[in-house]
Each structure stands twice: as C-alpha cells, then as structure tokens.
Unconditional design. Sequence first.
Length: 175
Amino acid sequence: MILEILENGVFVADILIVLFLFVIFYKKVIKKQSSMIDDVFSFVKNYYFILAFLVVLIATLGSLYYSEILNYEVCVLCWYQRIFIYSQIVLFGIALWNKDRNVIKYSIGLSIVGLLIAIYHFFVQTFGTSFCGVNGGVDCAIREIMAYNYITFPIMAITIFVLMIILGLIKLEKV
C-alpha cells in the first residue's frame, strides 16, 4: 500500500510539473494572466517553507522505506542523490525554526546538483553502462521498480529535485 502511495505521489507530482511548464508558457510566451494561476503561485509563496519541507521529508521517508523496510539495496548513485535530498531536511528544519529566507538559494543549488546525478543515473539505467557494482556493490543500471512504465528510482529523484527547484523559483519570483 505504501509503495503504491509513493509511486502515485510521484505520478501526480510529474503531472504538476508538466502543468507548471504549461503555466510558464502561458504566462511568458502567450503573455496571459489568470487569477487561478496567480492564486496557486500566491499559495506556494505563502507556504513555501512548509511545502518544501514536506516534499523533502516525504522523499526521505520514502527512500528509507524502500531501503530499510522493503530491503532494496542502495546503489552508489542513489546514495549520492540521497545526500542532496536528506541535507535539505536539515536546511528546511532550521529555516522553519528561524524563518530564514536564504535557504531557498541553497535548496535550489543542492537540487540542481542532485538533479544532474539523477539524470546521469537515469541514463545509466537506460543504456546499461555503469561503474557501479564493480567492487561487489549494487549495479546502478538495475531497475528495482517500474511504475506507470517510466517511474524508477532515478525518475523519483528527478521529480523531487525538479519540484524543489520549481517551488524555489516561485518563491523567489523568478518565474
């Protein structure tokens, strides 16, 4: 049941990302305004710290569920991606406590690096070439899960990092 919730959550987040890209096209290219879009952006701006904290908390708990409850072994690239997700829990925990706005740029920076690793991991899985598993570790090219014919661990990480970047850009009013 938890597995389906996590996979469905990623699917819904991917839909939201596509909608966001459509909204950016609508606002920037077509140059149209919409009160509904403005309301959504206002909501994200007002509740950014809570939303961002929840995103990284759910991502962290989800990754721990896979490795600690379901006993999936974690490959090297997954560990690198986890570093850039887990560290954001500390950042947002402190930011919520201190009301520190500066965390937004740090989160975007961590998310960009994590995103690059996740994209590389996606290509490793897609094309099957990897340095992982050479010394007896888990092979990064193995797909442990496949939901909706596209959701794998790297796709989950890509979704989280892109979502964190989008939330940060909305809060900084860069979009």
